[in-house]
Design a protein around this ligand. Structure first.
Ligand code: FE
Ligand code: FE
Length: 164
């Protein structure tokens, strides 16, 4: 794995996503606490449970390739989560809070979708069947979460945010 090949890229990205998922695990309870509507709180709480599963799948994927599970600092997720904190702070108590929190959460989901999409494709290319399956399962949950957030925004949060 010393060469800068696809194996090295896969491993680096797994560590990057491992860091990101653990950061998201810490952020979701705060986002749930900040959310105003019970539906949005429930969506964040549900995704917290799923995120625990994402970390577990990554643990399994590391095990499958015989590498110790560990993270490397991911500046992208740190920045995305920081923006979410800023929205929560700036719009606290306001009618647009949930719309802002949803958009912030979707930035996290889109980041994850891009990463798991790459991980799945690379694992397939390398013939790593179990990791490819695990990445695909998580990718599916991230995409469903993203869609659920879009539905919540369109059906409620965006409307409430505009109704001054
Ligand atoms: Fe995740
Ligand atoms: Fe997610």
């Amino acid at each position: 794995m010393a060469d800068k090949d696809l194996n090295a890229l896969l491993l680096h990205t797994m560590k990057d996503v491992y860091f990101a998922e653990n950061a998201i695990l810490k952020a979701l309870p705060k986002m749930s606490k900040a959310a105003k509507s019970k539906e949005l709180k429930a969506a964040f709480d549900k995704h917290l449970k799923q995120t625990e599963g994402h970390v577990a799948r990554l643990d399994q994927a590391f095990k499958s390739i015989g590498v110790k599970a560990e993270g490397v600092p991911c500046e992208a997720i740190k920045g995305i989560l920081k923006e979410g904190d800023e929205v929560a702070e700036d719009f606290a108590g306001g009618i647009a809070l949930d719309a802002g929190l949803i958009a912030a959460a979707q930035a996290v989901e889109h980041y994850e979708i891009s990463r798991y999409g790459a991980l799945q494709a690379w694992a397939k290319q390398l013939g790593l069947k179990e990791p490819a399956r695990l990445f695909g399962e998580t990718l599916d949950e991230e995409e469903k979460t993203d869609q659920g957030l879009t539905d919540l925004a369109n059906s409620k949060a965006n409307i409430a945010a505009a109704a001054a």
